[in-house]
Ligand binder design. Structure first.
Ligand code: ADP
Length: 393
């Protein structure tokens, strides 16, 4: 008896990532990157072993949407006899209304396309493959899973900017992102950290993109990213929170236009900008350059301040969870953040931290500290099965 398969798709401007799930198990994961330059297709099976892929060089896909149209027939052939029952897509923006994943319809697609000005660097790329699949494989159900949805439980005060109130109606408000990651963490907390699952927890999703989320009994009540994924913590190449007057100054003094500001804040700032060396935390940890050390100090300082701010939003703190590339792997960064959070009741077990243990606080620590690997794709796969099961848009 073979089970049905769900495909998870994550499309960017020049890449398409895909993962096939049978239940919660990964059957295959792959990537088409270099789209627009020299597209290459790579894939691995569930055990991580590279699998043979079709040669796409002769007729290379020109867009991620075209890449999906190459990948779907190949996957159907490779898993002949099993049914690909749905595609679940990571979509950055669900706007103010969608607090959960949605089955894709033409009307939904139109509504999501209208949100593109709110996330111009991601939304159009996320939607293009959905549109292509809707046209070319119309009987294959698709589900849109939003990075914003999990944060729709935040109270109004946490979503508001202190701007003229009519701006909120135009969509200018705090949405928050990394929601699929936080939702996954919230979903596993009862099993892996039952003592804090019902309490006040800050989750630190520290990767190339970085943010914090305040969970109260598993629901998001505050987060550091806002209108865009630029706000909050400094990141690999993004600046995080800055005084908006800096932008005004650069426009006035340097004549920077929108594209110039965008390039500066999204791609030349953060760890890369501060260090002048790299956006990769591994490079910075390995470097003796004082600027690399300073970049890491700024990162730790901002994360610790952010945790304090979210603890204030929660009215206290019972648990702290580290996740994503840096949070899961960089013991020295976790240690420095925990050290800066001692005043909140964080008492790190240095040995457990260095040993990559799942719980890294000491037994009597008032705040229990955990390292939990995130799994956004699995969250999307589960949502997708649930949404097609319900069959409601
Ligand atoms: P993304 O936001 O791209 O999904 P990830 O969560 O995969 O990012 O995190 C990627 C980042 O994690 C890399 O830029 C790297 O700096 C960092 N990272 C990965 N492994 C380690 C490690 N062993 N030590 C320190 N940093 C690491």
């Amino acid at each position: 008896m073979t089970a049905d398969i769900v495909g998870v798709v994550n499309a960017g401007s020049s890449s398409l990532k895909f993962t096939l799930y049978e239940g919660d198990a990964v059957l295959l994961s792959g990537l088409v990157d270099g789209i627009g330059v020299r597209p290459a297709l790579k894939a691995r099976d569930g055990a991580g072993v590279a699998v043979a892929v079709p040669d796409i060089a002769a007729d290379p896909p020109g867009t991620p949407a075209e890449a999906l149209m190459v990948v779907i027939p190949w996957l159907r052939e490779r898993f002949a006899g099993r049914q690909l029952v749905a595609l679940g897509h990571r979509v950055v923006h669900g706007g103010p209304n969608h607090d959960r994943p949605r089955l894709v319809t033409p009307a939904l697609l139109e509504e999501l396309a209208a949100l593109s000005p709110l996330a111009p660097l991601h939304q159009p790329h996320n939607l293009a493959p959905i549109r292509a699949a809707m046209e070319r494989t119309p009987r294959l159900p698709q589900v849109a899973c939003f990075d914003t949805a999990f944060h729709r439980t935040m109270p109004e005060v946490a979503q508001a900017f202190a701007l003229p109130h009519e701006m909120a109606a135009r969509g200018i408000r705090r949405y928050g992102f990394h929601g699929l990651s936080y939702e996954y963490i919230a979903s596993v907390l009862p099993a892996v950290a039952s003592g804090i699952a019902g309490g006040r927890v800050v989750v630190a999703h520290l990767g190339n993109g970085a943010s914090l989320c305040a969970l109260h009994a598993g629901r998001s009540v505050a987060t550091t990213m806002g209108f865009s994924a630029l706000d909050g913590l400094p990141m690999g190449t993004r600046c995080g929170e800055i005084d908006p007057a800096v932008v005004l100054h650069l426009m006035r003094e340097d004549g920077l236009d929108v594209a110039g500001v965008e390039a500066l804040l999204y791609r030349r700032s953060g760890m890369l900008g501060l260090s002048g060396i790299s956006s990769d935390f591994r490079d910075l940890l390995d470097s003796d350059d004082p600027r690399a050390r300073f970049a890491l100090e700024v990162f730790v300082y901002r994360v610790a301040r952010g945790i304090g701010s979210l603890a204030a939003a929660l009215g206290g703190l019972d648990g702290l969870v580290f996740t994503a590339g840096v949070g899961e792997n960089a013991a020295p960064i976790r240690a420095a953040i925990c050290d800066a959070c001692r005043w909140l009741g964080v008492d790190l077990d240095a040995t457990a931290n260095a040993a990559k243990a799942p719980m890294i606080s000491r037994e009597l620590s008032r705040v229990s500290v955990h390292v939990i690997p995130t799994d956004e794709n699995l969250m999307i796969a589960r949502h997708t099965r649930a949404a097609i099961g319900e069959g409601v848009a």
